[in-house]
Write a protein that binds this ligand. Structure first.
Ligand code: SAH
Ligand code: DHB
Ligand code: MG
Length: 217
């Protein structure tokens, strides 16, 4: 029933813009995995970005640009979304989706392993991002979070996706590095000075998962 409820909420509240539906269609036709955020969560990203009056956003994990479109939607015309993606093919599909949505002027996609790209991002931009969305491989989530802390301005937000994984984070026997990454991230995020963090479970079209929200003081 949670899938139907998600569809109902999406129908009445989210009303996914055509550009986002087209991006999902194009991503699926290009055989990208269907692991983009749910529409309800995408719109929450827009709201978060608006709340911090985001002019500069960093995303780690572009895929086909679906979450990026929801983030770019909140940016002013001269705003910037810098999004990092390991797979050239995903970046190509995303670029086409940003172009079709008339958002490409706000977006820069950098291709490579995020941990290799982030030092240059810090050199170039410093602590200027209003919002960082962490949504790449889960193994490196603790490192991505450390980078996000260095790159997010005071008063900004860090959102981290997929922190529940159908509750598998509780299964001590399961030492999958992706799960270990999520666990380590959750344990360290709660202890960070000058931040306020929480996490919310999500259920619906993307199964049972969750996202963490960190306010940088
Ligand atoms: N944010 C997207 C979904 C991202 S899925 C959305 O909601 O629409 C995760 C993405 O992270 C995939 O495209 C994958 O190729 C990418 N990824 C995996 N490992 C990575 C790495 N080390 N550096 C950068 N991107 C990575
Ligand atoms: C998966 C889901 C995600 O939202 C993501 O960012 C990465 C992987 C997955 O279900 O495998
Ligand atoms: Mg995700």
């Amino acid at each position: 029933m949670t899938v139907e409820v998600d569809a109902y909420l999406s129908k009445w509240l989210v009303q996914e813009p055509q550009a986002m539906s087209d991006a999902v269609k194009h991503s699926s036709e290009s055989e990208l995995p269907p692991i983009q955020v749910a529409p309800t969560q995408g719109k929450l990203l827009t709201i978060f970005a608006k709340l911090v009056q985001a002019k500069q956003i960093l995303e780690i994990g572009t895929l086909g640009g679906y979450s990026g479109l929801w983030l770019a939607e909140a940016l002013p015309e001269d705003g910037k979304l810098l999004t990092l993606e390991f797979a050239q093919k995903h970046a190509n599909v995303a670029l086409e989706n940003f172009k079709r949505a008339n958002q490409a002027h706000k977006v820069e996609i950098r291709v490579g392993a995020a941990l290799d790209l982030l030092p240059a991002v810090e050199n170039e931009f410093g602590r200027t991002f209003d919002l960082v969305f962490i949504d790449a491989d889960k193994q490196s989530m603790p490192e991505y979070f450390e980078w996000a802390l260095k790159l997010t301005r005071s008063g900004g937000l860090i959102i981290s996706d997929n922190v529940v994984r159908e509750g598998k984070i509780l299964d001590k026997e399961n030492t999958d590095p992706q799960l270990e990454g999520v666990r380590q991230f959750l344990q360290s995020a709660g202890k960070k000075q000058s931040t306020i963090s929480t996490a919310i479970q999500t259920i619906g079209s993307k199964g049972h998962d969750g996202f963490a929200v960190t306010y940088v003081q």
